[in-house]
Write a protein of this length. Structure first.
Length: 109
């Protein structure tokens, strides 16, 4: 049942993304599609908002992995430092990247 729901969600997200510029594929072979917070499940929203407390969420997107898993990814920016985060639909933090300097990422000095 869980796999069926995941596939249905993946299909719905894919269909919803057709009107956009299209999904990009990153180096790991995951399809990325920009989304709005309204398109993210409530549990994942709660986790993302908790992680961003005191900062902002940028580059919110879904990533459809090769195994069919849908992941909600974003960059959390606080005090000029960014951290990439990946969250499951049920709100579990799957991955948290290393903190990086936003100024160097955007070519600022």
């Amino acid at each position: 049942m869980h796999k069926m729901m995941t596939l249905l969600l993946a299909g719905a997200l894919s269909a919803g993304g057709l009107g956009r510029a299209g999904a990009a594929e990153n180096e790991a072979g995951h399809n990325r599609t920009p989304v709005t917070m309204k398109e993210v499940p409530a549990a994942a929203q709660k986790t993302l908002e908790h992680e961003a407390k005191g900062g902002t969420l940028e580059e919110l997107r879904t990533e459809l992995r090769k195994d069919g898993t849908v992941v909600y990814a974003a960059e959390v920016v606080k005090n000029g430092k960014g951290t990439d985060i990946e969250v499951s639909g049920d709100g579990k933090v799957l991955e948290r990247g290393k903190v990086h300097d936003e100024k160097s990422e955007h070519g600022e000095k």
